[in-house]
Every structure is written in C-alpha cells, then in structure tokens.
Design a protein. Structure first.
Length: 154
C-alpha cells in the first residue's frame, strides 16, 4: 500500500467539499480493494470531527461579541437557539443521521457539524449521530461506486 496514495485518500476524504463521497471513488480508482477504500475514506472523513464539534460552538459564541450588526445578529440567533434548545436536543440528532447519510453535495460531515452547532446540539450528543450518518453515506457511495445499484435496477 503506497503511503502517498493513502495520504491522498485520507486528505480528500477529510476535505470539506469532497469528504468520503470523493475519497471512496478515488481510492477505488487508485486500485485499493473496496474494504480498504471504505476504511481509508471513513477514517479520513472522521479525522476533523473532534475539531468541528468543539470549534464551531466557540465560533458562534465569538460572533455574539463582535461589534455592529454582525454581533447583534449573533446575539439574536443565539437567543432564538436558547428558546428552542429542547426540541432541537430531542429531534435534532436523529435528523443529523439522515442529513449526513444522504450522499449529495452539501450534506456531509462538515455541514452536519455546523448544523449541530447552529441547532445547539452538544458535540457529545451529536458526534455518534454524525458518525452513523457518515457510515451510511459510505455504504451508499461504495455501493454506487461498485455499481451494485444497477443489480437492483436503481
């Protein structure tokens, strides 16, 4: 297993736009076995998760301290978030699984982590749901990349 290609797959999978939706097809194109392609893309996609879950809430809290309209908007948003925290904490995490699992542009781990922060879902609560969503997305992308859906006429 050439380390340069492994690092390339990990990097593409960790990147905010391509994520594992780009990492799995890349790994397969580079000649990796499907299970290795899935594993590398999954690991690469999950590498930024701790940073994302704990960095975005801090950014939101920093915005409310800014002067001018941006600070006012940040304070208004956080007040709105605080009023609705119970509903988001209860229903938001399962919705994150579906949001992240849908393999379409803009619905990956990065966006899911931002969404969790915006909805006020704590990182420890959102993390397992985001990971499950990434696993499901990886299975769908691997299946599509291998042409398995053609077997079922999808």
């Amino acid at each position: 297993m050439p380390w340069r290609e492994v690092l390339l797959v990990l990097g593409v999978s960790a990147a905010p736009i391509s994520e594992l939706r780009g990492g799995i097809p890349l790994a397969l194109a580079l000649g990796f076995a499907p299970e290795i392609a899935f594993f590398l893309a999954l690991v690469g996609n999950l590498l930024p998760l701790p940073l994302l879950l704990f960095l975005f809430p801090k950014i939101l809290r920093a915005v409310e301290k800014l002067p001018g309209w941006l600070g006012r908007a940040g304070r208004a948003y956080l007040a709105w978030q605080d009023r609705r925290k119970g509903a988001f904490a209860r229903w938001g995490p399962p919705a994150l699984v579906l949001f992240v699992a849908i393999p379409s542009p803009g619905t990956g781990l990065w966006t899911g982590a931002v969404l969790a922060s915006l909805l006020g879902i704590p990182g420890r609560r959102a993390g397992p749901f985001l990971i499950l969503g990434v696993l499901l997305a990886g299975i769908l992308v691997l299946g599509a990349s291998l042409g398995l859906f053609r077997l079922f006429g999808i």
